[in-house]
Write a protein that binds this ligand. Structure first.
Ligand code: FPP
Ligand code: MG
Length: 509
């Protein structure tokens, strides 16, 4: 999150200029400034404009230690890039990077003294010591798998403690307890480090750093633990595969790791309200971090699905497989179809395919992976309605795929879910077969809506909810009629005719 324009940058620069005039080396204040941002987020909004220079001197001190630690960290890690550019050690060598770090570190103590708060100064000094201790512990553990407790100790030390000091800075301004604030800040810093660790395995995420840097530097993380990867000898492609391939429970190590980030975010958000007694920007900050991890993950999975589609011989263009198909000549499409073989009865086929989509948890993951705009909008909803939306999305997408992707099914997740049910997975069945499946699906929908248990979770849950909420079945009928129109590829000569189609496939949703 960029904080320029929120006042943090200006206030830090103003107080930094005063120290600079006194001979202190102050780093350029242009990174994410997360530790000062956290301190400010924990101060209730009405008190923010009245924050004194002492607060900003303390925030500057924390930021300066952070900058110093990165300079030293890049030496230890032999890192080439940071913030999208070459590191000081890569550009100028160890000596200059070391000494510049020392200058920021020593200057930081002067800034911390300028905060004029004895409790903060004590916490600040300890935080620096513990940051170093965390780094030392990590250095000793390099190349080894860590226990959960040891991993947490390392990240709380090397990353958590400075956030803890930032929270203490805020606590002094709003009557929150020092130790509770410190623990909260440390937890938030550890969460931030976990997000950073997570994104290291998402090569397409814009982190400003080389992907798989942690793995190459032989650093163990909670994500490797989720994947059971305990060595550092594999090619990064193999690690990527191990992390992103769904395991026995149908979820990948990355999905499980993401779930942990979400749980930690929720726990800390609730704790933040208890410790600081107000709904602060703290929650927003944590949400933004985890959202960055979610976005990094999503981009990776989409690239993965596209690659799988290419491997399976389906042309991909921007907009995905369906878009590619829609623009190819129908003769081409027909040539790819081929014989059906012994297809199961349409009723059994659709019921099996829909059953393979699993229950609400799987729909939530499916939704998270496939829908950008709906998913983003759904974040505004409380969890109950959000779960409903996820179910409706899975239902509509499945219905649409009955025609669009018929045999092949769209996207890697759908393909995996259907794999068990499909014997003719790579072959698109002829239109009469698709029509029969669509009709069978419509009948199952009707039965589920009327309260008959079909044994298909997607139907029993989603149509049951629709009925309970008074959503007319007409919408389902319209959607089915709309997707059936895809079986008669045509252009719509008038807006009115086009509108019938768009109403059925989009508006009713
Ligand atoms: C980044 O972790 C590094 C840290 C959070 C702390 C580094 C701390 C020291 C080197 C201790 C000594 C220095 C001072 C001045 C207190 P990472 O390497 O996992 O993340 P990265 O990908 O951003 O490098
Ligand atoms: Mg590093």
């Amino acid at each position: 999150m960029r904080v320029e324009g929120t006042g943090i940058c200006d206030r830090l620069r103003a107080v930094g200029a005063a120290f600079e005039a006194d001979g202190v080396a102050v780093p350029p204040l242009e990174g994410k400034l997360l530790r000062p941002a956290l301190a400010l987020a924990l101060v209730p909004p009405p008190l923010r404009s009245a924050l004194d220079d002492g607060f900003w001197a303390g925030a500057l001190a924390i930021q300066m230690v952070h900058e110093a630690s990165l300079l030293h960290d890049d030496i230890l890690d032999e890192a080439e890039t940071r913030r999208g550019t070459g590191t000081v050690v890569a550009r100028q060598g160890v000596g200059p990077a070391l000494v510049l770090g020392d200058r920021y570190l020593t200057g930081a103590y002067r800034a911390a003294a300028g905060a004029g708060d004895a409790a903060f100064l004590r916490v600040f000094i300890e935080a620096v010591e513990r940051t170093v201790a965390g780094e030392v512990a990590q250095e000793r553990a390099r190349g080894r798998a860590l226990s959960e407790a040891d991993y947490r100790r390392v990240i709380r030390g090397k990353s958590g403690e400075l956030f803890g000091a930032a929270a203490v800075l805020a606590a002094a301004r709003c009557g929150a307890g020092t130790e509770a604030a410190r623990a909260l800040g440390c937890g938030a810093g550890a969460l931030y480090q976990m997000v950073d660790d997570f994104l290291d395995y998402c090569p397409r995420a814009a982190t400003g750093k080389e992907p798989f840097q942690d793995y190459r530097q032989r650093k163990y993380t909670f994500v490797l633990r989720e994947a059971g990867v305990a060595d550092f000898t594999r090619p990064t492609e193999a690690v990527h595969r191990a992390l992103f391939t769904p395991g026995a429970g149908g979820r990948s190590a990355m999905e499980r790791a993401l779930e942990r980030l979400r749980m930690e975010r929720d726990r800390l958000t609730a704790r933040g309200e208890v410790v600081f007694g107000h709904e602060s920007g703290f929650a927003v900050l944590l949400a933004a971090w985890v959202a960055a991890a979610e976005a990094g993950f999503r981009v990776e999975v989409e690239a993965w699905s596209e690659a799988a589609e290419v491997r399976n011989g389906v042309a991909t263009r921007p907009g995905g497989v369906a878009a590619a198909r829609a623009t190819e000549p129908s003769g081409e499409r027909r040539r790819r179809r081929g014989p059906v073989g012994h297809a199961p009865a349409p009723e059994a086929w659709v019921a099996d395919a829909a059953r393979a989509l699993g229950g609400p948890e799987a729909w939530a993951a499916y939704f998270g992976r496939h829908s950008k705009s709906f998913r983003f909008a759904s974040l505004l909803l409380p969890s109950g309605p959000r779960a409903d939306v996820q179910g409706v999305y899975a239902f509509c997408r499945f219905t649409d795929d009955l025609v669009d992707e018929a045999g092949a099914a769209s996207g890697a997740v759908m393909r995996r879910a259907h794999a068990a049910a499909l014997s003719d997975a790579a072959v698109r069945p002829p239109d009469p077969e698709v029509r029969a499946r669509l009709e069978a699906w419509g009948e199952l929908c009707q039965a589920a809506y009327q309260g008959t248990r079909t044994g298909v979770p997607l139907l029993d849950t989603v149509l049951g909810r629709m009925r309970a909420e008074g959503v007319p079945f007409q919408y389902v009928g319209d959607l089915l009629a709309g997707v059936a129109m895809d079986l008669e590829p045509t252009t719509y000569p008038t807006w009115a005719e086009l509108e019938v189609y768009t109403y059925r496939v989009a508006s009713v949703v």
